[in-house]
Design a protein around this ligand. Structure first.
Ligand code: SF4
Length: 355
C-alpha cells in the first residue's frame, strides 16, 4: 500500500477527483442474466425504466441546475434483441436499435443542457461506438474479469454472453482503434481467483500500452443482493479488497483508478491510502440505479477525508484532463466548445462553477 500510494502521488500529486453527474437509466431490460445483478428488470416490473426524450431531458435539466457536468446514460445489454416491449418502445420513438436512440438523446442532452454524455450500454460494435463518438466524450464498459472460467456452468456469467472476456476485450480494443476515451473496470469477488484478478489487471495494462485510451479503471467490490442467485455469496473482505486496489495501482501505474465510494461507506480513507485518485460519478440529483440500496456519500465528507489524506478534491468531466490535448485526437473538435466552457486551464471543472 505504501508503494501504491507513492506511485499515485508521483502520478497526480495532491489531486483526487470525482464527476458530478446525473444517472439516466434509459432502459433496464437486458438480454443477459448475471447472477449478481438487480439492475436488470422484467417487462412487468414496477421498477421498469423506459425513458422518453422528455424524461431524459428533465433529468439532465435538473442536473444542470445542480451544477452537474456529466450525463451518464446506462442501458441493459441489447434489450431489443430479447424483448418485444423494447422493440415496440423503440419503434414508437422512431428507432430500431437502442444505440440509435442513445445517439439521439445524447445529442439532445448536449445541445439543450451542455451536460456531457458518457454512455455505458454494454458490449458495442466498432460501428456502434463510432456513431456515438460525436456526442459522447467517453464511453464505458466493465471488463469485470478476464477469466473465461466465470462463464462456465454455475458461474456468474453463464447466462451472460456479452460478459465473455473475448467480447468485452473486443469492445475495449475497438474503442481504442476509434480513439474513444474509455472507462472500464473489474468486479472483485464474483468467483475469480487472486491470480485471475492479477491477469485481468495485466491485460488492461497491455491494452493501455497499445492504445492509450483507457482513461479510468474502476475497482468495484461485489456486494451480494437479495433475490439474486448470489445472495448468499460473501462479499470480499475489506482488507482483501483494499489489497486488490493497491495491487491495481502497482500494475496500472499511471492510470486513473476509481473506487465507488457509495459501496464502501465508513472506510474511504483506506482506498486513498491504497493509491486511488478518483471517486467516480456522484450525483446530487439521481440515485445509483445499479446499486440503489447504497446512497451517495456526502461530498463535504469526501472532501474532508481527502484533505485529511493530504489531497485536494476537484470535480472533473467524464473525459479526464489528460485526454483533452488536441494533439492526442481523443476529443472530436465538434465537442470541444462544450468542454471548453466547463473547464479551467488544468482541464478540471472551473471552481467558480462549483462554489
Ligand atoms: S449485462 Fe449488466 S444489466 Fe444485464 S444482467 Fe448482467 S449486470 Fe445486469
Amino acid at each position: 500500500m505504501h508503494s501504491a500510494k507513492l506511485i499515485r502521488d508521483r502520478f497526480k500529486p495532491g489531486l483526487i477527483t470525482y464527476s458530478p453527474k446525473v444517472f439516466i437509466n434509459l432502459i433496464n431490460l437486458c438480454r443477459d442474466t448475471c447472477s449478481y445483478c438487480t439492475y436488470k428488470k422484467g417487462p412487468t416490473d414496477e421498477a421498469l425504466s423506459m425513458l422518453s426524450r422528455e424524461q431524459v431531458l428533465l433529468i439532465a435539466q435538473k442536473g444542470k441546475m445542480a451544477r452537474c457536468t456529466e450525463a451518464l446514460i446506462v442501458t441493459g445489454e441489447r434489450p431489443e434483441t430479447k424483448y418485444s416491449e423494447a422493440r415496440e418502445w423503440l419503434k414508437s420513438l422512431g428507432h430500431h436499435s437502442i444505440v440509435d436512440y442513445i445517439q439521439e438523446v445524447s445529442d439532445l442532452i448536449l445541445c439543450k443542457t451542455g451536460l456531457l454524455p458518457h454512455t455505458n450500454a454494454g458490449s458495442l460494435t466498432k460501428m456502434e461506438m463510432s456513431s456515438l463518438k460525436d456526442t459522447n466524450v467517453s464511453l464505458g464498459v466493465m471488463l469485470e474479469s478476464a477469466s473465461e472460467r466465470l462463464a462456465g456452468k454455475g458461474m456468474p456469467h453463464e447466462m451472460a454472453p456479452s460478459k465473455s472476456p473475448k467480447v468485452r476485450i473486443k469492445t475495449i480494443q475497438s474503442a481504442g482503434e476509434l480513439k474513444i476515451p474509455m472507462t472500464t473496470g473489474l468486479l472483485v469477488g464474483i468467483g475469480e481467483t487472486p491470480e485471475e484478478l492479477i491477469d485481468s489487471l495485466f491485460l488492461l495494462r497491455d491494452i493501455q500500452n497499445k492504445f492509450g485510451h483507457l482513461q479510468e479503471v474502476i475497482m468495484q467490490n461485489f456486494s451480494p443482493k437479495a433475490d439474486t442467485a448470489m445472495a448468499k455469496s460473501d462479499r470480499p473482505s475489506h482488507s482483501y479488497f483494499v489489497k486488490c486496489v493497491a495491487v491495481a495501482r502497482l500494475i496500472l501505474n499511471d492510470m486513473n483508478i476509481q473506487v465507488p465510494p457509495n459501496l464502501n461507506p465508513g472506510c474511504l480513507g483506506d482506498f486513498l491510502d491504497a493509491g486511488i485518485n478518483d471517486w467516480g460519478g456522484i450525483s446530487p440529483v439521481t440515485i445509483d440505479h445499479v446499486n440503489p440500496e447504497y446512497s451517495w456519500p456526502d461530498l463535504k465528507n469526501i472532501g474532508m477525508i481527502t484533505i485529511q489524506r493530504g489531497g485536494d478534491l476537484r470535480a472533473r468531466l467524464p473525459i479526464y484532463p489528460e485526454f483533452l490535448d488536441k494533439s492526442l485526437g481523443f476529443l472530436p473538435e465538434s465537442l470541444r466548445p462544450y468542454v471548453d466552457i466547463l473547464v479551467d486551464k488544468t482541464g478540471l471543472v472551473k471552481e467558480h462553477d462549483r462554489n
